[in-house]
Design a protein around this ligand. Sequence first.
Ligand SMILES: Nc1ncnc2c1ncn2[C@@H]1O[C@H](COP(=O)(O)OP(=O)(O)OP(=O)(O)O)[C@@H](O)[C@H]1O
Length: 257
Amino acid sequence: MNPASGWPSRRSPVRTANIHHKSGASGRSRATRQGLCAVIRFENVGLRYDMGPEVLRDLSFEVKRQSFQFLTGPSGAGKTSLLRMLFLALKPTRGLITVLGRDASTLSRTDLPSIRRRIGVVFQDFRLLEHLSTYENVALPLRVRGREEASYRQDVIDLIKWVGLGERLHASPVVLSGGEKQRAAIARALIDQPDILLADEPTGNVDPPLARRLLRLFMELNRTGTAVVIATHDLDLMEQVAARRLVLSDGRLDIYD
Ligand SMILES: Nc1ncnc2c1ncn2[C@@H]1O[C@H](COP(=O)(O)OP(=O)(O)OP(=O)(O)O)[C@@H](O)[C@H]1O
């Protein structure tokens, strides 16, 4: 544990071991030319569903390493769609998305899992498995990767305590409150120490004191090195931090640094 933060310390500063960069003519990697500080970069990205109109247009921005930002905009503006593209769950209909220095359109099925592991996601509906306990849900990403339980057991317990669910370690999600489920989902997204955390309305189901507590968790996580993107409608929440705002409206993005 990192005694200063109470958060298990990061095992390595930036983990890109599974990412292979192609060298350019200058001998420098593409990632170096584009700046290693970007976790994800969008260039002129557009999205339409089926034959419908473009719901997102000409998005150009980057999420820098260790940065903290809110993604906001009116209902239907495209926040969830943008998060899904950031998570590589949705392909843009035009433009370029670069993740950890790799052009997302060139990633093969075998590349995707290792890249996705670097991206933690908290979904609006939590997506906890009801037949598993809090501990098992949080440990799941590590179990799926084939890690030995002895190598992660204490990290999982520490993280569950860190999000304030130490008393609910063995509870099923069925008996957890909305706010407890939210925190279990956050712990599961963090357990593999992602380079970036994407959270879709993470305070949508909780009262204002718990929303502030969750915000502090995200800020603490950000201090340990993870870039954070929080999609939210919650003005009170955004007013508590002087953070970058990505504001979607009419399919376009305005950025307030
Ligand atoms: N699977 C889909 N098929 C067709 N249209 C979709 C699909 N998903 C979203 N859309 C449309 O894309 C637009 C953006 O939706 P999205 O859910 O990304 O917005 P949002 O900002 O997250 O909304 P909210 O704040 O209400 O959750 C909306 O017009 C929506 O109807």
